[in-house]
Design a binder for this molecule. Structure first.
Ligand code: HEM
Length: 468
């Protein structure tokens, strides 16, 4: 009882919006676009910290670099917040959603899958996928615009298949069903997250969306099960060469064969995690980057000139070439500042946590770390809405708080795929910018977002393609 009282005393001391008596923050009548807007308004009003609660669930939102550092740089706060448990039906307790010992062991098994020797081998596969995408886009130059989400999501899904999984997803007739099931899961996640009475799995079974939800989960799981089946067929009894570095799925299958702490269920949950994290995040980032470059044609031309001077007008880029594209890299970083694919992440305060801002986040409370809000905060960034790649010139980076920019999070639970993501984005930009000139259709200021697992627009992201 004492701990309970202390919890609420500390939580109440933190500022926050006016909420319903006894019920707290109930937004279940809002659309996902309205929810997105409400959150942004609150973070502007209550910078640098605010609290929310619904029924008996408390939550503190932080979006200032000092508090981000406090939480992310201390492994005591590696545990994910309650909301990640709403992903368990799909992702199990894979790397993204697990905690403690299990997370630690898995991270150790999976880290070598992103060693730079592996990434070097992936470059050729990414170039091949890029060429196929370019061929797919060429006829679209006659269209008034292209909604880039569709072709780019296919590109990133096929790319994760060819590289980390070693399975040709292009031939999988279930890809469209899978993509739809990912979107649906995002919507069901928000539906449930905003209705605290549905947190109970028993009550959730009686909700309006339950049958649809189960269908979606089945489609997601069938997809990854099929990937494992295909892989086993391709492997067909061949043993893994001892010296060769193994890509993700081979690595897990070999770890299992060698008796490491991962079984078939474990492989499937990691596969679900990596297929999702490995394609949806990069896809959104590429789409926003194309839209930004279409709207900033001088910057688009400068990247094109850099590509021609580092690689040439037609040659395939090597791993080293892609590393040398420094201006392009600054543009991608700035695009990820404005459009961080993962807009918010969550942790639990595993003990009373005193913030830099002078409040106590009580033990057991969920903490939401607002990456999007911090990246667009005028308290942290000058002229935050402006697309300005020079923010990432080394001198400017050195002047900033090291936790002011966190598209891939930071600390022990940072993004394991960040180097892969950067490589993929660079490879695809080379292919696209050498073949097309991008013209504006959607303007950045007109994009409407919605609350989801990743930073998704409510509608399309439209860019006009012209042959170069
Ligand atoms: C632009 C692309 C990407 C962005 C912005 C991004 C961002 C992030 C962020 C912010 C986290 C921390 C999540 C949290 O704390 O809840 C994360 C974790 C993770 N990401 Fe990424 N990611 C990207 C691409 C990728 C790719 C390509 C892969 C795999 C190939 C990947 C796999 C993962 C995994 C497995 C985790 C969980 C790591 C752990 O907890 O140990 N991500 N990512």
């Amino acid at each position: 009882r004492k701990a309970y009282e202390e919890f609420w005393r500390h939580l109440y001391a933190i500022p926050g919006p006016k909420l319903w008596p006894y019920l707290g923050d109930l937004n279940f009548f809002e659309s996902s676009e309205a929810l997105w807007k409400v959150d942004r308004k609150r973070s502007k009003e209550f910078y640098p910290i605010y609290k929310l609660w619904s029924l008996n669930v408390g939550m503190v939102h932080v979006f200032n670099p000092d508090d981000m550092e406090l939480i992310l740089s201390n492994s005591k706060y590696n545990q994910k917040s309650f909301f990640y448990s709403l992903l368990h039906d799909w992702l199990g307790t894979g790397l993204l959603t697990s905690s403690g010992e299990k997370w630690h062991r898995r991270r150790k098994i999976l880290t070598p899958a992103f060693h730079f020797n592996i990434l070097q081998e992936f470059t050729e596969m990414l170039n091949k996928e890029t060429l196929l995408l370019v061929d797919n886009l060429k006829p679209m130059c006659s269209y008034p615009y292209v909604n880039v989400i569709k072709p780019i999501t296919e590109f990133t899904l096929y790319s994760i298949g060819e590289t980390a999984l070693g399975v040709p997803l292009r031939e999988d007739p279930k890809c469209n069903e899978y993509k739809q099931a990912v979107y649906d899961y995002g919507e069901h996640f928000i539906y449930r997250a905003t209705r605290p009475w549905l947190y109970s799995p028993f009550i959730f079974k009686f909700s309006d969306i339950y049958n649809q939800y189960c269908k979606g989960v089945k489609a997601l799981r069938d997809f990854s099960t099929n990937v494992i089946e295909q892989k086993k067929k391709l492997q067909n009894g061949m043993s893994y060469a001892q010296s060769k570095r193994l890509a993700l799925l081979d690595l897990m299958l070999k770890a299992k064969a060698d008796g490491a702490d991962i079984d078939d269920d474990g492989i499937r949950e990691e596969l679900d995690t990596f297929i999702f994290e490995g394609h949806d995040t990069t896809s959104m980032s590429i789409c926003y980057t194309l839209m930004l470059l279409a709207n900033h044609k001088n910057i688009q031309e400068e990247i094109y000139e850099e590509i021609v001077s580092v690689i040439g007008p037609t040659e395939s880029p090597t791993y080293k070439d892609l590393g040398d594209l420094k201006f392009m890299e600054r543009c991608i970083k700035e695009s990820l500042r404005l459009y961080p694919s993962v807009p918010t992440i969550g942790r639990v305060a595993t003990e009373n946590l005193e913030t830099h801002t002078g409040y106590i986040i009580p033990k057991g409370c969920n903490v939401s770390l607002g990456i999007f809000d911090m990246h667009r905060s005028p308290q942290v960034w000058e002229d935050p809405e402006k697309f300005d790649p020079d923010r990432f010139l080394p001198d400017n980076v050195a002047k900033r708080h090291p936790f002011a920019y966190l598209p891939f999070s930071a600390g022990g639970r940072n993004c394991i795929g960040q180097k892969f993501a950067l490589l993929e984005i660079k490879a695809v930009l080379c292919g696209i910018l050498r073949n097309f000139k991008l013209e504006p259709y959607d303007r950045p200021e007109h994009l409407v977002f919605k609350a989801d697992l990743v930073l998704r627009p409510f509608d399309e992201i439209r860019v006009k393609f012209e042959p170069r």
